[in-house]
Write a protein that binds this ligand. Structure first.
Ligand code: AMP
Ligand code: MN
Ligand code: MN
Ligand code: MN
Length: 275
């Protein structure tokens, strides 16, 4: 089965509308797809309708921004209920913080001699309630401040750069409990991306599991093939289930296309085993 449980639409920082994303996934041979927009559920209904019309299975998902011990981590929720009031109000609080951060990023860019950063980012954001650094990056690249997204991030949007703003996202325990309250399964997104030592990673994953977290992404567009092996080992060692997802954002912005990654190692327990 070709299963892709992580991608983004214009409801957050993806480039394709939810329906277009599903159409692309279906054309790529994906049989089970989860849409996991950052901190937002507004793309799910359109995606589900398109998946039904194309005969592929759709999974309601979300990718929640979390601060764990000063490190930003992402927790994916799979098979969540998009109508659940606990999940909805939790995500609303995250988006409020996100909106305040966007204002601050705009101010920081202005102080660095780049006016109109926030207005520019807004023009690139289809969902006005979800401004991400990707939207700032597209505006900055589009206005010639850097040749591509990667260099915009490097020059402006990461720690110690002019447009970076410290931010406190949701607490780990809260994000996991919102996902579980809505009937979903919590999965750590792209663990290989976090700047945590091996010991810190173990502490983080143990806390995640103790709070009711179930799985980690092993095969993701954000991991190298060496990291597939590394995190397969971590999943075995900690008794976590394993997930596979491209983290597709759009043409030219993602390493992996929808459904195009290798399979999970056969001995792992896939998050979808009981679905
Ligand atoms: P935010 O949640 O607003 O801080 O934005 C984070 C998003 O920016 C991630 O989900 C990625 O889509 C994107 N991103 C982060 N770092 C980079 C990078 N170095 N190059 C391109 N995109 C990035
Ligand atoms: Mn993103
Ligand atoms: Mn992520
Ligand atoms: Mn993602």
């Amino acid at each position: 089965m070709n299963i892709d449980l992580h991608c983004h639409s214009t409801a957050s920082d993806g480039l394709l509308k939810p329906g277009e994303l599903v159409a692309r996934a279906a054309a790529n041979g994906v049989e089970v797809l989860a849409l996991t927009d950052h901190d937002d559920l507004s793309g799910l209904a359109e995606a589900r309708a398109e998946a039904e019309s194309r005969g592929i299975r759709f999974v309601d998902g979300v990718e929640i921004s979390v601060t764990w011990e000063r490190t930003t981590v992402h927790i994916v929720g799979l098979q969540v209920d998009p109508e659940d009031p606990v999940l909805r109000s939790g995500l609303e609080s995250v988006r409020e913080g996100r909106a305040r951060r966007a204002e601050k990023i705009g101010d920081a860019l202005e102080a660095a001699g780049i006016p109109d950063g926030l207005a520019g980012a807004r023009r690139y954001a289809e969902n006005p309630n979800l401004i991400s650094r990707s939207h700032f990056a597209r505006y900055l690249a589009g206005s010639g401040r850097a040749p591509d997204m990667k260099s915009v991030f490097r020059r402006y949007l990461v720690k110690d750069k002019p447009g970076f703003v410290e931010h406190r996202w949701a607490a780990l325990a809260d994000a996991v409990s919102w996902i579980r309250a809505s009937g979903g399964t919590a999965v750590v997104a792209h663990p290989g991306r976090y700047k945590l030592s091996k010991a810190e990673m173990k502490t983080f994953l143990a806390e995640f599991r103790d709070r009711g977290g179930a799985g980690i992404e092993v095969v993701t567009g954000s991991h190298s093939p060496e990291q597939y092996l590394e995190f397969a080992g971590v999943a075995r060692e900690l008794g976590l289930s394993a997930s596979r997802g491209s983290d597709y954002h759009g043409k030219g912005e993602s390493k992996a296309d929808l459904g195009a990654l290798p399979r999970l190692p056969d001995d792992l327990n896939p998050v979808w085993r009981d679905w």
